[in-house]
Design a protein. Sequence first.
Length: 130
Amino acid sequence: MGKTRKPHGLEKLYCARIAREAAEVVARAHSISVAEILSKDRARARVVYARQMAMYLSHVVGQLSLGQVSHEFGRDRTTVGYSCNAIEDRRDGPFFDKEIAGLECELRGRLTSLLTCDVGAPAPLRAAGD
């Protein structure tokens, strides 16, 4: 199999921002730091779990490919696939599904606000001498 293409330019910034927003949403919900979620190191079970959730949200809500998610989180693409499947399997539980749905909603709101530029109405043009 070939290597996953690494994003570049604006695509790289876009992918990085989505991953960061997903990590922030999960970190806040689980009272851990974004740095722990984005760390390349192996971590405690609760950090691994939070990272899996952030990768899942990046893929499902942020619509990043598994390869893009793997690049942003410093993990193998198959690890990201495993994480997304693990989170999806846990959604059968109503409490977990409600938690994930809330995180999805929050991330959608954040990403929508990033894409919406609310600069207000332009100032009216004035004629010379006004």
